[in-house]
Design a protein around this ligand. Sequence first.
Ligand SMILES: Cc1ncc(COP(=O)(O)O)c(C=O)c1O
Length: 408
Amino acid sequence: MFTYLFAYSMRRQQAVVMSIIEVAPLEHIRRERSSIKWTRFAADVLPLFVAEMDYPLAPAIVATLVERVQASDTGYLDGPGALAPAFARFALARWGWNVDPSHVHLATDVSVGIVEALRLAVPAQGRVAITPPVYPPFYELVEEAAASVVETPLLEQGGSWALDLAALETSFAGGIDAFLLCNPHNPHGIVWTRDTLVSLARLAAEYDVFVISDEIHAPLTHPGVTFTPFAPLASAAGARAVTVTSASKGWNVAGLKCALVIAADDATNELLNRLPEEVACRTSILGLHANIAAFGCTDWLDDAITQIVDNVSLLDTLLREHLPAVIYHRPRASYLAWLDLRHLGLGDCPYQRILDDARVALNNGECFGLGGRGFARLNLACSPDTLREAVARITALVARVGADTATA
Ligand SMILES: Cc1ncc(COP(=O)(O)O)c(C=O)c1O
């Protein structure tokens, strides 16, 4: 055991020099962490479900947190302070988006930011459009804001997905108060093109639909892919929009509870100025400092993306070799893989069969709304060995099921 841990610690030291984020062995992470990823299922289940990374935190974030705790800087917040210019610098350098720091507001997390923005922009019993399959809590967040969900599913065209702009226009024309955009889109990892977003902004302006753009996965856009922030397009088209984002996915700090709600223009900022004072006050001061450190720490982010993209390719190779019946389109952002498991022979709910009999926890596609049945989402922010093991377990299950069917 000692030799193993010594070898691991040596590899970590080398990894720091080589700018590689070394992932600790699963048993080690399971011992160290107490989040849902490591506690929901028994220890023999490989956890590839919730969107948390297995990577260790960026050293700059660790240092900031230690420093703030040592300074006893653990009180309440009054506003974004230094976070607004820190995010503005990141957004400009990364995406060419000029954020006005006075348009930046705080919320506990992206989910709360969405609910609070909906409460301001949508009347009671208002109608909010979403585009399933999509991040499952979108359904609950709309309900939490006392509004109702209108589903306009993504269009599947030859294995790739698009926003159904014609259906959205029909829906907007029928009376929609707000549209919840997932940009990039979870679970597919789609990075919407500028043209698509320009069309959406025009529709939103024409039908006066308030757009909330959830851009939490945007920092994790893969190399060679262009992410387009929605706010500047909305402002150019005369649409009302806010962006809700955080370092929580890109740097794996979801538990630190801090997000940004950003108005696209002055008029929308007037609306956000009406956010209850408690929304900022409930945000974690440690989360705020972690976000400031994160947005200044792009080397770590780029290293994480490199490892994710390696796993995207590895999954592609493993599936072609061992599970060719799985349909998988590479994500263009973030670390989530949306897998079509309908042809695996594992029945109506492959997620459950894989959990029960292969001991691999994915996210059940059905929870992502219309069009999700028979699919599952897999988290790629793990070590290549974990990914290999997951595919090996599923392959063995499929072989067993195939053999049972043949002899039945
Ligand atoms: C698209 C999307 N929005 C929001 C969230 C949740 O963010 P938060 O923890 O900041 O509420 C997630 C988490 O995975 C997500 O994928």
